[in-house]
Design a protein around this ligand. Structure first.
Ligand SMILES: Cc1cc2nc3c(=O)[nH]c(=O)nc-3n(C[C@H](O)[C@H](O)[C@H](O)COP(=O)(O)OP(=O)(O)OC[C@H]3O[C@@H](n4cnc5c(N)ncnc54)[C@H](O)[C@@H]3O)c2cc1C
Length: 401
């Protein structure tokens, strides 16, 4: 029988320092099943879906059927918990993103942003209603914060309005870039209460009257996930579907602290995926009668990519450990997101470079990672916004405006 440590080496050869050895046997088994489901069901279709700008719902369902959020193997010794361990989550993102960034993004919107919004913002009744169905993927979730006119300045600028009328709230406004907005069952919408000016969160349910979401066309990055432009005209949400623990942007930030770390993990996974694909290619390609992997200039790039990947895994694993201990800080998440995204951007460029002309086709995989990295660099706080968060801590001076 293969030992756990041998198995993780086989699954993640790019994890040179062996961070994955901290996973439990059950967690590794689930990740191995995820790998098999991705390779068997999603691999044959992913480039076609990327090209036609659509999400492979039926094929991805085979991956979620593994129980990526709720498989009992993830809860051994921690029965009653609502979430798998953070280290597993980091490696789940590695697994998904080293395969495809749109798949990982779909998951982060559902299992990261939406799920954490329910857990952190909902009362017991709401958590009981939504969390199990989200964890089993019976319901699809999304996350409506960004607006057409407010991205980086959303904290102060959020313009979607919520007006209370008896036992209901009336929502008006627009949201942009919302992953899965046209298919989701559970749509948390952040809106400003016209009475007290505070940001609150309302669960809009699929089919709500006055809600429409059109996929944003002509994207050149993350083409395999549909990002919606939402318009809400007098959408009615009952008070019972307002998440009562969200009463201002400070509460939204508690969600973003977690999800920013998730996106650092996605950047780690993309770096790993691009590196692994590039390494495979250079070993096969010959020029000047020799394998291009034998050229010193190519080898230097391979080493740089490998170093970036190990550094990114290191950041992700440490932040996962801190989260597990309840030591979550926006500074840590912002630093990890910033660091891993910068390294990712360099890694995908090097990966594309060593694949030459074939590196600009979808055949070698690196082009998908190269194009998709741009969206990850921007979402969940742009590079600049995360850098400003880090430097605010360093200097004590907020330099956003
Ligand atoms: C593919 C994708 C998926 C997304 N999914 C979701 C989702 O599911 N839900 C959701 O709510 N949102 C989502 N977003 C939105 C995302 O979080 C925003 O795009 C991001 O916050 C940046 O906002 P913006 O695009 O409006 O850029 P802007 O804020 O307009 O920024 C443009 C540029 O100006 C810079 N800039 C802005 N302010 C400053 C400053 N003070 N100092 C220095 N530079 C500054 C930025 O860093 C950036 O380089 C998604 C975005 C993308 C691209």
């Amino acid at each position: 029988m293969v030992s756990k440590n041998d198995l993780v080496k086989e699954l993640y050869p790019e994890d040179l320092y062996g961070y994955a050895e901290g996973l439990t046997d059950g967690e590794v088994e689930v990740l191995q099943e995820v790998r098999e489901a991705l390779e068997t069901h999603v691999r044959p279709v992913i480039t076609d879906y990327w090209e036609k700008a659509d999400f492979p719902f039926a094929e991805f369902k085979k991956v979620t059927d593994v129980g990526i959020m709720n498989n009992p193997k993830l809860y051994v010794g921690r029965e009653g918990e609502r979430k798998p361990r953070e280290l597993y989550t980091a490696f789940l993102y590695l697994e998904l993103a080293r395969f495809d960034a749109s798949i990982a993004t779909f998951y982060t919107v559902h299992g990261g942003l939406c799920y954490n919004t329910i857990l952190l913002g909902g009362n017991e009744r709401q958590i009981e209603e939504f969390a199990p169905k989200l964890a089993s993927f019976e319901w699809q979730g999304c996350f409506g914060l960004t607006e057409p006119d407010h991205g980086s300045d959303i904290a102060g600028g959020l313009a979607t309005s919520a007006r209370r009328e008896g036992n209901n709230w009336i929502l008006n406004g627009e949201k942009r870039w919302i992953g899965g907005a046209d298919t989701a069952d559970v749509i948390p919408i952040f809106a400003r209460d016209v009475e007290d000016n505070r940001i609150k969160c309302f669960i809009v349910r699929k089919g709500a009257e006055g809600y429409s979401a059109d996929p944003i066309p002509h994207k050149g990055s993350l083409r395999a996930i549909r990002n919606g432009h939402i318009v809400m005209k007098d959408v009615v949400v009952p008070e019972a579907d307002r998440l009562e623990n969200i009463n201002g942007f400070r509460d939204v930030s508690r969600i973003l602290v977690r999800t920013r770390a998730d996106v650092a993990h996605i950047a780690m996974g993309i770096s790993a995926g691009a590196f692994v694909a590039a390494l495979k290619y250079v070993k096969q390609r010959e020029q000047f009668g020799k394998s291009i992997a034998s050229f010193q200039l190519v080898q230097e790039k391979l080493s740089r990519m490998q170093a970036n990947v190990v550094a990114n895994i290191g950041y992700s694993v440490r932040i996962a450990q801190l989260q597990e201990e309840g030591r979550e800080l926006m500074l840590n998440s912002a630093l990890a997101k910033m660091h891993n995204s910068l390294n990712m951007r360099e890694t995908v460029a090097l990966a594309r470079e060593v694949c030459g002309g074939n590196g600009i086709t979808l055949e070698t995989d690196v082009m998908r990672f190269f194009a998709d990295a741009e969206a990850i660099y921007t979402y969940e706080g742009t590079h600049e916004v995360n850098a400003l968060i880090v430097s605010r801590e360093l200097t004590g001076i907020g330099a956003f405006v």
